[in-house]
Design a protein around this ligand. Sequence first.
Ligand code: PLP
Length: 437
Amino acid sequence: ESELAEFRRRTPRSAALFARAQGVLARGSEHVDPLSSPYPLFLDHGAGGEVVDVDGNRYVDCILAGGALSLGHNHPGLNAAVVDLLRERTGFHGHLDEFEVLAAERIIEVFPAAEAVRFVGSGAEADLAAARIARAYTGRRKIIKFRGHYHGWGDQFMVDLEVPGSGDFMAGGVPPEHYAHTVLVHPHRLDDLAAALAAGDVAAVISEPFGGESGLVPFADDFHQQAIALAHQHGALYVLDEVVTGTRAGIGGAHAVLGIRPDLITLGKGLMNGYPSCGAVAGRREIIEAAGTGLPDGRPFTYIGGTMSGNVLSAAACYHTLGELTRPGVLDSAIAVTADLVVRLNALFSTGGVPFFAYHFGTILRIELTAPHALLVEAERLPEIIARRALLADYMIPVVNAGVLSRMGRDMLSCGHTRADSDRVVNAYARLVELLG
Ligand code: PLP
């Protein structure tokens, strides 16, 4: 209670702005996690790993625009390059700009599975494009999706996205025929995957690299190797959704780190460090070439367009972001800061005698503050998942008050986070542990 009062006392301008937002934005904007605080904070500016809200409070930001800020807030080199470009161009759709080529060349240099690239407008569009391309290329209809994996808000990917335990489908307005060709498979059972593939007509299997929700329900290390072999045995393609992991798992994304070769990868979020119209699908050249806008020429063909896709500013942001991210030591040090933070958090939790734990995949940080999410999902214990969210919401307020923004422990660090930032994260969780002790 006193934590809640403190939150309200510190953030009056955010409260007032949110009241206005509720009057004019659908349910107060899409950027609202209703459980993470009584109302969302309005942020004013940021640099590196730190943001300042409209009331002047400073935070270490572990949300990072939904993971989009791979380099951190306001990266000086990137922003200077984009602002320079803005003085002379904003977009040439219908013609080409050199930056689209530069960005694609860089993607091909960085990601082993990328032989050719098609830019689209978001991660969700990249996944839709991948499904469409796979269908056009194989002439088949079905897409196999692992239960609980998120691939954006396209009709065909919303099949299993329920408000946990409520029985309410998140995607009201999606007729069942729109996902009639999506086949759901349990994420950890290769025999289920084999059976679904053997049923035939499968264009592609799509998967997140580390398991559902960027590793909240982690996979065994060799899962993809075997899943890819199974898919190929049955003539289906393997699509790895690297929208989050592409700029976070390590240089070259999760498929480079895991040493696997998917047929297609989808990219988004951190690829452009928060600049908009951010999405791309990449992969084997002969497959990607199905993505046309011109005329069919006898090869597999499907129309994929987008006025803002690969526009000058997005392409330039992609080119510069990947350039910075792959500079020797940059991503590796961010991963080292994350790994060190995990060690220190786990030491704090065990000394404090609380049953919490932290883990990470590259700069993706997971802090489990209740029963591990993966175990609850595995056992389909939905009432506990709901109770867990409510408890987590309570836990988050002291953490925010202590100066850390967390998406209920489903967090990210960036190349802008320093050891000093991670000290502040440890201190914030120390406050929570103390409150619980
Ligand atoms: N794929 C994954 C794994 C994601 O986490 C997300 C977004 O959270 C998406 C796709 C969709 O990306 P976007 O929000 O850019 O459409």
